[in-house]
Design a protein around this ligand. Structure first.
Ligand code: NAP
Length: 283
């Protein structure tokens, strides 16, 4: 693989470009983006070697698509149309069902590998790209059997070389589970931020009282709405289900408070402490 095309060079595309280039200095990273300013920034930061356009994809050995998931669904068939028969396209989208579905009957389906690198920060754009973001993180790969074996082998080596472990899942299973461990956490953080901002907007001093607990639970509320709205839209059914369960838990907690049921509240928290054991070794 020599010619790598990064479509979208924000946090994920930019960080992948840094690590792949570091391990494979002979590769040429070509950047493609909507805005010229984004491309110039990526070039200035050294995330890409050259600027390119979709028409250049005829030279691609590998295309990495890291743009919002609605844009991925729209653009993916065109990208596959443009690559050579020997090329591979991978996407990094946070949802997988709609993306796999849109290329299900594409004549070049075997040149596509669906993946979701479970790594990120709350920052976005090329300036958010960092080295080593994927080290020790999981890369979920979907429908691997639908990709030509030789191509999947080459791509998976690139990702294991940057420190990722590969897990295989079907798209429906991925979208269901990711709604709980990622999408719900973001909604919860966005709405915690909103609740505090709404209440305290006229009392800026109150934020001096905010400790590291507040900062860490509200961190995800800094995330980009441009990226998250299409994720929630594509995973609506699963996200609504997680919200119903979460709201029921919040309502139950409120009822226990109103009833002065502090033993039950203690038990609720004690049970939730089990999260320590679950996360042990992951974080
Ligand atoms: P990002 O930092 O905001 O970068 C996205 C890039 O996509 C931007 O540089 C932007 O370039 C381009 N873009 C935005 N809207 C577009 C549109 N409608 N059409 C074409 N290009 C568009 O986002 P990111 O965090 O790297 O996320 C990229 C993908 O990775 C998403 O699919 C996301 O679901 C997935 N992902 C994110 C995370 C995370 O934690 N952030 C983790 C795993 C996977 P321009 O400035 O040129 O518009």
């Amino acid at each position: 693989m020599k010619n790598i095309y990064a479509i979208g060079i924000g946090l994920i595309g930019g960080s992948l470009a840094i690590d792949i280039k570091k391990n494979n200095p002979e590769m040429v990273i070509h950047g493609i983006s909507r805005k010229e300013a984004t491309l110039n920034k990526a070039l200035e930061l050294g995330l890409i070697d050259k600027k390119a356009t979709l028409d250049d994809l005829k030279h691609a050995d590998l295309v990495i698509v890291s743009i919002p998931v609605d844009a991925t669904v729209k653009l993916l068939p065109t990208i596959l149309d443009k690559i050579p028969d020997t090329g591979l396209v991978v996407d990094a989208g946070s949802t997988k069902e709609a993306i796999c579905e849109v290329v299900a009957n594409h004549p070049k389906r075997r040149n596509f590998l669906a993946m979701h690198p479970i790594a990120g920060t709350e920052h976005s754009g090329p300036t958010a790209a960092i080295a080593g973001l994927f080290k020790g993180k999981t890369n979920i790969v979907c429908e691997v059997e639908k990709t030509t074996f030789k191509l999947q082998e080459k791509a998976l080596k690139l990702f294991t070389d940057i420190g990722m472990r590969i897990r295989y899942m079907n798209p429906a299973e991925h979208d269901k589970h990711i709604a709980y461990v990622s999408h719900l956490s973001h909604i919860s953080s966005f709405m915690l931020g909103k609740t505090v901002i709404d209440k305290e907007k006229n009392e800026r001093d109150i934020f001096d009282m905010a400790g590291s607990g507040f900062a860490s639970t509200v961190r995800l509320a800094k995330s980009s709405p441009e990226m998250w709205t299409p994720i929630f839209k594509q995973n609506k059914a699963n996200v609504v289900e997680t919200l119903e369960e979460y709201i029921a838990n919040l309502t139950h907690f409120k009822e226990l408070m109103k009833a002065d049921a502090y033993d039950a509240i203690f038990d609720e928290m004690k049970n939730a402490n089990y999260i320590k054991e679950i996360l042990n070794g992951i974080h």
